[in-house]
Design a protein around this ligand. Structure first.
Ligand code: SAH
Length: 352
């Protein structure tokens, strides 16, 4: 697993399961029930450090801080949308690197979009997060603490988690799985698997591995084009895997989990928004029983992509619906606060 120890070789205590923590306490010669107390402080009471764990003896707290690193993310900036209350947080990690999380309020509850890596190496043409490549993957605790920090900052429960921020979650596979285990643990925040969505650019091998886990999470596939030729122009990963391999992996996911896949499709004017694109996309979605989520492309200053007019977006949606496809247009949240993922981080780094 990536970075389970910090530079001083201390273990990352917030990335341990309760079972692992019990073994640690045994090895330290502590009573096993201490593991339960510490775990509750970390994952339910959302303590920001060992010093807050007031029902532990001071000597144990001292020992814990010598033996273990305690991950807490530092909020550097918050931007709040005056249009819809969406909040975008910029966090600093222990080594000074930056990630973003976006908090959105819906009628069915609060949703948090979290990052899974610092930067990204997938190279999608329209995406701001990948421009400078991948710096490193996040640990399970760094993914969790985006949720914990935002819960404390807003004072409200996060009910849905979408792993759709900076990074490719399936390129950080083991840490992602551990993160899901900790987040859904009844001794932690106990968020249900069905309230978690993981979005991938289409790493077929890992999609199949994930299917074999038989989790009840939602898998979203960033498709963005309905032919290999077009997809390769937008997404380098399409050179590794063809659409037919992707569709087989989607079928396998559905077969193993019973969960319908979501296709994400960013509409770019003159690139993938034509009639024929809609016909081909409908055929793919129909075959996989997928739900389609249309996202008018979010203009990124470094890139030249333009959104289709609202009329054309609606036309595209209607066409898919005529084929009986279940379609939504993603509501654009926080348009006034650097909408597209990765833009806040880029701006901050340019200032530093
Ligand atoms: N790496 C993952 C998750 C991160 S991006 C993935 O590829 O799915 C989350 C979604 O936003 C993806 O569908 C991605 O393709 C899309 N996206 C990225 N930049 C965008 C932009 N400028 N406009 C619209 N969608 C964008």
């Amino acid at each position: 697993m990536d970075r389970i120890k910090d530079k001083g070789q201390r273990k990352d205590i917030k990335s341990l399961t309760l079972k692992e923590l019990k073994i640690e306490m045994e090895e330290l010669g502590e009573k096993p029930f201490r593991a339960g107390q510490i775990y509750q402080w970390m994952h339910q009471k959302l303590a920001r450090g060992f010093e807050e764990m007031t029902n532990l003896p001071a000597a144990l707290r001292g020992r814990l801080s010598q033996e273990y690193a305690y991950t807490v993310l530092k909020p550097l900036r918050v931007q709040e949308s005056s249009l819809d209350g969406t909040r975008k947080y910029l966090f600093e990690l222990g080594d000074g690197k930056l990630v973003e999380s976006v908090w959105m309020r819906y009628h069915h509850g609060n949703s948090l979009c979290i990052s899974s890596q610092v930067g990204c190496r997938m190279g999608c043409a329209f995406c701001a997060s990948t421009i400078d490549g991948l710096e490193r993957s996040l640990t399970p605790s760094e993914m969790l603490d985006q949720i914990y920090a935002v819960t404390l900052l807003t004072g409200e429960r996060v009910s849905n988690v979408v792993v759709m921020g900076i990074g490719e979650p399936l390129d950080n596979y083991q840490n992602l799985l551990k993160f899901i285990t900790l987040l859904t643990d009844e001794n932690g925040l106990h968020i249900s698997q069905r309230s978690i969505t993981v979005s991938t650019c289409g790493l077929v091998r890992e999609m199949r591995m994930l299917a074999d886990e038989r989790l009840q999470i939602t898998l979203a596939l960033s498709l963005h084009a309905a032919t290999d030729e077009k997809r390769r122009r937008l997404m380098p990963v399409a050179k590794r895997y063809s659409i037919s391999e992707l569709m087989e992996a989607c079928g396998y996911y559905f077969e193993k989990t019973g969960r319908r896949i979501t296709f994400e499709y960013s509409l770019v004017k003159g690139v993938n928004d034509g009639e024929e694109d809609a016909d081909l996309l409908a055929a793919l979605a129909g075959k996989c029983k997928a739900h389609v989520n249309l996202i008018p492309v979010n203009p990124v200053s470094e890139r030249n992509f333009v959104q289709p007019d609202t009329k054309n977006v609606k036309g595209f949606k209607n066409k898919l619906e005529k084929y009986g496809i279940n379609v939504t247009i993603r509501r654009e949240m926080g348009r006034d606060i650097d909408g597209a993922c990765g833009q806040l981080r880029r701006r901050q780094r340019a200032l530093q």
